[in-house]
Design a protein around this ligand. Sequence first.
Ligand code: CP
Length: 304
Amino acid sequence: AKDLLTLHELTSEQMYELFHMAMDMKQYGTKNVLQGKILGMIFDKASTRTRVSFEAGMIQLGGSALYLNGSDLQLGRGEPIEDTAKVLSSYVDAIMIRTFSHEKVELLAKYASIPVINGLTDDHHPCQALADMMTIYEIMDTFNGVKLTYIGDGNNVCHSLLLAAAKVGLHVVCATPLGHEPSEQIVEEAKGIAVQTGAVIEITNDPIEAVHGAHFIYSDVWASMGQEKEQEARKEVFQGYQVNDALVAHAHPNYYFMHCLPAHREEEVTTSIIDGEHSIVFMQAENRLHIQKALLKALLTEQE
Ligand code: CP
């Protein structure tokens, strides 16, 4: 595929190829395979990991990256996304975009003649899920018989985790409060893929049952970017969904704790867990760099 907008664009085989390429790059370093290439990075939302890992990744591969604040572009004053896509296609070699509406990214990709990478929309966060799967694969060397429990909001991170897990054959249980389940459409899509791969996809409202025997426990913020006004109300609703010492007692004794970051300590996870010996959150963050370098190499060198 030309773009990475969701994990639907990647086959299971392509995902494994990316994991192996990224692990090789992590172990042995990289060559200047993207010399002279430019990545345009549009941000309508804040970012630390996505922005810096994409920019550093391009530099390490011999290319460069342009940070384009959405509100500084004419896009922010109403220039159509279709025109922006065509103009940027004549200046840069690929576009990474972080924005609110997933449809905006789909339009950008439709009208751009160059690869478009989704750096997070309200519905999907595919680069994060790729880094997460790479992290699990690095630790376990397989997805067979591995159980990951996601605790919290059925948000964009959860959606991409479900699709990624379905593709690689992971067992995922997602526990959310009533009314905060992931999109029914995405759950059905993930279950449809799971039939082919042997993955197991389960959705529940019971965090204790969900975490039973889990090798990986994943949590994310209770209020995503754009939901800041709901933050206080959500604290009430999500109270029973905190990853804490009592909850992890039900997991596998050698469980790993995952979080895409940024984290709110003492909200979705206690300090004892995120800063404790089971936490691999900084390995996940580091792997954003490696998997995205593999992705950039695959998307930008396949075009030639
Ligand atoms: N996990 C993640 O996407 O981090 P940033 O919001 O800092 O990019």
